[in-house]
Design a binder for this molecule. Structure first.
Ligand SMILES: [Zn+2]
Length: 730
């Protein structure tokens, strides 16, 4: 069976001759990789690799040589650039076989096999710094010009079935062979090479419990073969679709979307606390039709216990998820919490015994024994990871594993990877070495920082500052548009990460922008609900939002202005703290709150009665809240002196009236920013340090007070004012 480009129903045919014809050979490989990686049914995020053997001129000899270009370690096919591909002299690479064969003890999982990975560097062509992956020999030892190794759901479904070898034969006939599960490495490359020697007509192999590999001497033909094999498998599986009987039929049904959301809002902070006792995690909620069908099914408990199959999958999903047998129709929320607590305790014990039973004398220490995937009937799948990107990938992988189980159970019986094999991947020394090479986690890694007032001024600068420390940043502002703009700036700088999963806002990146009116409790509640749904909880809250209303022409402050000033500067700050408190208490994790007050709180002067007294109240609110929220949450105040630079609180007319007030000369024709600078310079002359106070100065202290660097400080007000003697607190 062959397919024309428009006959593929289960994969997207994306090859464009015109686009490909304009590219050099390496770029054609990049192009092929990108279009393969763009389709989740072809391969998962970060999964699979591709290669081309390309004739190039050797810069040393000027002679033409054969170079193996192969997707390197890390990165993702969909987003790969040329820089993601390693390049190896083919002749040098092939000579490694002698070194391998010389070893006394060789074969899968031997020391020589692991040490081969370091040898690849000696074969580098063209000073290419891209690191070769453990899959390199699969590509190098297959004697064809182009090789695709993918993790397609339909192929893994065959590879994870009890009678995988027979199914391979039945579906593909003689064109595709089968190799049993074996951890990728040099030995697996040799196994594949031998298979081809025995049967030179083979076009590909189903790799037991793993995926698909296939080859051709033309790159477009290789691409089309990949799609054809996946299509064939999917077409075959479709014929066995079990409809209502899938996963043994439905045992529970899901409540409507808004009820589900309410459950999640209540549940996520508690659950985050439960799984974050060792390391804080960020959550992703995934509840597609397919996921719900699985979690609600009769067979879900049995299948969940079998774990995932593809090694790529379970490195993130762990050996198995936690399934909680809760009846969404008949049981209460409290019962769900009880069952989760019990389930988690049992999971950890189970994980420890898995570690103890499978570990080797030189295995790395046991990692966090909490599950990264939690399945709840009626609700869906909740994934946890150290970053949003990681929890999105985890959710994606388990949802793909569900599709694998669906297909495999339709045509045969699904089986997971044997426990010892799973362990030997999870605790592979090469994997550990990769982890230990990673830079240490940043101060706010694993944290969700909410900055209220992030649309401009100090709040915006603070959002940028904490993002630099690895924070997930919720940019909130009374102007939703400016909040979103700040969030977008952060994503543009720090990237959105990888992984395609997450329902609604839960599919977000490391920053989101939301609107909020802190003077309104419902608005603050709605804000925190969105945050919980997006990330699973909160860690640090920084309020920079505030209001300053100038007195009227007669120097008077009308009563409603007084009310508004207090509603935002005092009561609003309290409402934020009060709503955040509920989440902190549900999580039972330490947190911090920073309120922005003002040096005006300590300095009495004319013309800003409402603002100054409101900030004095805010100073005391800091102290009261420090007591109220102890011991879980530290509360501190940041008291800036006037920051004129880029401040929305300093529109031109306020700057002008201040300049007049202080007898600073200026021209009407000068720009607002020039006038702001004049005013800032004037203010600076009144300080002990004689230098203008900047947004960056404020952001630095907002960050420090929130961070663990100030872990023993609470109830304090720190002035950032350049040194104003009259504002010294006493
Ligand atoms: Zn693979």
């Amino acid at each position: 069976m062959t397919f024309k480009s428009n006959e593929f129903k289960h994969v997207n045919y994306l090859w464009d001759d015109k686009a490909a014809s304009q590219l050099d050979a390496v770029e054609r490989l990049r192009y092929r990789s990108n279009i393969l990686g763009a389709d989740q049914l072809i391969t998962n995020t970060g999964g699979g690799n591709t290669s081309s053997k390309i004739k190039m001129i050797d810069p040393l000899s000027g002679e033409e040589v054969d170079v193996l270009w192969v997707k390197g370690s890390g990165g993702d096919l969909r987003t790969s650039t040329r820089a993601n591909f390693a390049s190896l002299y083919m002749d040098k690479f092939l000579s490694l076989e002698h070194i391998y064969n010389k070893a006394e003890i060789k074969g899968v999982k031997t020391e020589i096999e692991d040490s081969m990975v370091d040898m690849y560097r000696h074969t580098t062509f063209g000073l290419n710094p891209a690191a070769s992956s453990i899959d390199t020999p699969l590509h190098g030892l297959i004697p064809f010009r182009h090789v695709d190794h993918m993790h397609p759901v339909s192929a893994i479904a065959i590879a994870a079935s009890k009678d995988q070898e027979d199914l391979t034969q039945e579906i593909f006939g003689d064109e595709v062979g089968w190799v049993p599960w074996q951890r990728p490495g040099f030995d697996l490359g040799l196994v594949m090479q031998e298979k081809i020697k025995q049967n030179p007509k083979l076009k590909g192999l189903i790799m037991g419990q793993h995926g698909l590999i296939n080859w051709a001497d033309d790159d477009k033909a290789c691409y089309e073969l990949t799609l054809t094999l996946i299509e064939k498998a999917a077409y075959y599986i479709e014929g066995f679709d079990r409809g209502d009987k899938t996963f043994g039929g439905q045992k529970y049904h899901s409540p409507d979307e808004s009820t589900r959301r309410q459950i999640l809002i209540q549940l996520l902070p508690k659950l985050r606390g439960m799984v974050s006792q060792q390391n804080r995690s960020i959550g992703t909620v995934h509840m597609t039709e397919s996921v719900l069908q699985f979690v609600n099914s009769v067979e879900a408990p049995r299948l969940a216990e079998l774990g995932t199959s593809c090694p790529d999958h379970f490195l993130r999903t762990k050996i198995k998820p936690l399934y909680v047998d809760w009846n969404p129709q008949g049981e209460s929320f409290d019962t769900l919490i009880e069952k989760l607590e019990k389930g988690l305790a049992a999971y950890r014990v189970d994980y420890m015994s898995y570690y103890e039973a499978c570990k080797h004398p030189n295995s790395p220490a046991m990692r966090d024994p909490n599950p990264t995937v939690i399945l709840i009937p009626g609700v869906g799948l909740i994934a946890w990871g150290k970053t949003k990107s990681e929890s999105r990938v985890t959710a994606e992988f388990y949802s793909l594993a569900i599709e694998v189980m669906r297909s495999s159970e339709a045509i045969s019986k699904y089986q997971g990877l044997p426990r010892q094999e799973a362990f030997d991947i999870e605790y592979w020394l090469l994997e550990e070495a990769k982890l230990s090479r990673m830079p240490p986690e940043k101060e706010f890694a694993r944290n969700v920082v909410v900055v209220i007032g992030a649309g401009s001024g100090i709040g915006k600068a603070t959002a940028h500052r904490v993002a630099k420390e690895g924070a997930h940043v919720v940019c909130a502002d009374v102007s939703e548009e400016s909040a979103r703009a700040t969030a977008q700036e952060l994503i543009d700088i720090h990237g959105v990460g990888i992984g395609i999963a997450g329902t609604g806002l839960s599919g977000c990146g490391p920053a989101i922008g939301l609107g909020v009116d802190i003077a309104c409790r419902e608005s603050v509640q709605a804000l925190f609900e969105e945050i919980i749904f997006a990330y699973g909880g909160i860690d640090n809250v920084i309020v920079t939002a505030g209001i300053f209303v100038s007195p009227d022409k007669n120097g008077r402050i009308p009563d409603d202005t007084w009310s508004l000033t207090y509603a935002i500067n005092v009561i609003g700050a309290f409402i934020v703290a009060d709503e955040a408190r509920k989440i902190w208490q549900a999580q039972k994790l330490s947190g911090s709150l920073v309120l922005t007050t003002s040096v005006n709180a300590a300095v009495a002067k004319q013309g800003s009665l409402a603002y100054d007294t409101s900030k004095a109240a805010a100073n005391h609110l800091v102290r009261e809240l420090a007591i109220e929220l102890s011991p879980l949450v530290r509360v501190n105040g940041l008291a800036p002196a006037t920051v004129v630079e880029g401040s929305s609180m300093f529109p031109r007319d306020r700057v002008v009236s201040s300049l007049i007030k202080y007898n600073v000369s200026f021209e009407e024709s000068e720009s607002t920013e020039a006038l702001r600078e004049k005013l800032a310079t004037f203010y600076a002359q009144r300080t002990l340090t004689k230098s203008p106070v900047t947004l960056a100065d404020q952001a630095e202290v907002a960050y420090l007070l929130s961070s663990n660097k100030f872990s023993k400080t609470t109830g304090q007000i720190i002035s950032v004012d350049g040194g104003l003697q009259e504002a010294f607190l006493r």
